[in-house]
Write a protein that binds this ligand. Structure first.
Ligand SMILES: Cc1cc2nc3c(=O)[nH]c(=O)nc-3n(C[C@H](O)[C@H](O)[C@H](O)COP(=O)(O)OP(=O)(O)OC[C@H]3O[C@@H](n4cnc5c(N)ncnc54)[C@H](O)[C@@H]3O)c2cc1C
Length: 508
């Protein structure tokens, strides 16, 4: 068995009627998980209910008689990409061809935080920590080779930076994803995994359960369903945008998460330029890098009679710490030390180092924002960037004001004896971070008999401890910050971590 050609896999799961153009037609991937929502994107018509002898797309699919997979990886973001690249870099072609390997990605094509690809936004990690260099600088998947291939190597050197534009780094990731597909044809896009389970007993004869069942649906037509068996499964679904509890459960187009900013900013800016109201106002809730980038972008792009407020409970916007001694916490070997600590000590360490990543802003952007705030105090200037520190958002509601939707925020001033005021905005953007465990909990709920959510234990090698009756193996990536440290949700150690996983799966 070899890595299966993409077209064959599409037929196997009954998605053969989807045109290639449809698989790349998505402009604004939904941030909502299909498993919890029926929302569809603009290409929702593209998944037909085609049937074939191996069709698994009926509402109650039977297990296919196709051979089980050696490996199924859920999600095809950076964590999975580093696993795919480690496979291509370290397994011999013969060994690779003897394995059935599949990556399932819910989006229609590779993209990385597309809603936050603001022009001029830079990476917060050195390009040398790409998908390969730290593990094997001679790999063809290095950022240097990407630059060389694109004819920009010398120009990039002349820039004199370690921190490429986010837009350029995303293009590097896409280039890697395309190379993986060219070399191995192992990625299926447009399929959302909805859960793992243990197959019914009729599907195995061994004493121990040899496979996990991976159930997925067509992202654009959840009625189309597939179930596959796999000896090894890795979950890399990333995190879910998170709103504070005071935000309404049903969002309107006037309230959205920073993860969707670039998809929704055109409408926001268009309405601002059409607005006859003297003061068009946007609130950005949060004090981290995303909030600061969005506030700067809106300040630069909103009409001159509009303003943007940054609202956050802390006393001040603070700089991220990327100084060299502190940065050692992101070295691959730091994971061993962190994993070996007691829970209390790990929590203390997290608090000590969290200013590397949480509710902090790169110092150059902080200085830019401070300069804006200062310059608007000069004679004849108006305040277009408000820094509303020490404010807790207590309630968010939408009202109709003379035919126009407005968002009302109830703010508690922590400084001024808890004084409460309301403020009116045309849009509110929650730059309030991500929930790193919810997707995993959902995906694992079908295994709760074997691994209850409250008792999930992950070893140093990211493998989940399953019931002793299960022989199949399961790894999780991106939800282990509490046990494996701050690098778990970042790009820092992915080149090395990808190979750690590959070595375990293929018993190297
Ligand atoms: C705006 C922004 C900028 C960042 N910049 C940096 C930076 O400069 N440096 C750094 O180190 N880190 C950065 N990060 C942190 C970021 O989390 C990591 O860079 C990286 O995205 C984590 O990769 P991942 O593969 O674990 O998750 P993700 O990137 O979220 O990828 C997960 C993939 O799985 C897919 N998926 C999810 N659920 C399913 C499902 N059920 N079925 C099928 N597919 C599914 C998703 O569509 C996605 O493609 C940034 C984060 C943000 C939000």
């Amino acid at each position: 068995m070899s890595w299966r050609p993409y077209t064959n896999m599409k037929q196997e799961i009954g998605l053969n009627a989807i045109a290639a153009s449809d698989l790349h037609g998505e402009s604004a991937p939904s941030t909502t998980d299909v498993s919890t929502s029926t929302s569809t994107s603009s290409v929702s018509d593209s998944c037909s209910s085609a049937s074939s002898p191996t069709d698994l797309t009926s509402p109650e699919p039977e297990l296919s008689d196709a051979a089980p997979y050696d490996l199924i990886v859920v999600g095809f973001g950076p964590a999975s990409l580093s696993i795919a690249i480690a496979i291509l870099d370290t397994l011999s072609p013969e060994s690779r061809r003897s394995q059935r390997i599949l990556f399932l990605e819910k989006k229609s094509e590779f993209s990385w935080h597309g809603g936050m690809l603001l022009p001029h936004a830079r990476m917060q990690i050195s390009f040398i920590k790409d998908f390969a260099t730290m593990r094997d600088p001679t790999s063809k998947f290095t950022f240097m080779n990407y630059l060389h291939t694109k004819g920009r190597l010398l120009d990039f050197v002349n820039l004199g930076t370690f921190y490429p534009l986010r837009e350029e780094y995303e293009d590097y990731m896409r280039w890697c994803a395309d190379l993986v597909q060219q070399d191995a044809e192992c990625v299926v896009y447009g399929e959302t995994v909805v859960g793992l389970s243990v197959p019914e007993q009729e599907y195995f004869t061994a004493e121990k359960i040899p496979h996990l069942a991976v159930t997925s649906v067509c992202t654009y037509d959840p009625a189309q369903k597939a179930i596959r068996l796999a000896r090894n499964v890795v979950l890399c679904p990333g995190a879910r945008p998170q709103f504070p509890s005071c935000f309404p459960a049903e969002l309107t187009r006037r309230i959205f998460h920073s993860a969707e900013f670039m998809y929704k900013s055109s409408e926001l800016l268009a309405l601002a330029s059409q607005s006859s109201a003297a003061e068009y106002a946007v609130a950005v809730v949060g004090a981290g890098q995303s909030a600061a980038e969005i506030a700067q972008y809106l300040h630069a792009n909103l009409p001159l009679d509009s303003h943007v407020d940054m609202i956050f409970p802390a006393g001040a916007l603070r700089p991220s710490d990327d100084s060299p001694f502190v940065n050692e916490i992101f070295n691959p070997e730091a994971v061993d030390g962190i994993y070996s600590l007691s829970d209390d000590r790990r929590r203390a360490m997290f608090d000590e180092y969290k200013s590397t990543n949480y509710s902090v802003v790169r110092s150059d952007l902080l200085e830019t924002l401070y300069a804006i705030a200062y310059e608007q105090k000069l004679p004849g200037r108006t305040t277009r960037l408000g820094i509303k520190n020490l404010q807790i958002v207590e309630d968010v509601c939408v009202i109709d004001k003379q035919g126009a939707e407005k968002v009302i925020l109830k703010l508690r001033d922590q400084y001024n004896s808890g004084h409460i005021e309301t403020a009116e905005y045309d849009f509110v953007i929650a730059a309030t971070g991500y929930d790193k465990s919810a997707i995993f909990t959902d995906l694992l709920s079908g295994l709760s008999r074997y691994v209850p959510a409250s008792e999930v234990t992950v070893d140093r090698g990211y493998r989940v401890k399953l019931d002793e009756n299960i022989e199949a193996r399961l790894w999780v990536q991106g939800c282990n910050e509490a046990t494996h440290g701050l690098s778990d949700t970042l790009l820092s150690i992915m080149a090395v971590r990808g190979k750690e996983i590959v070595d375990q799966i293929f018993d190297k």
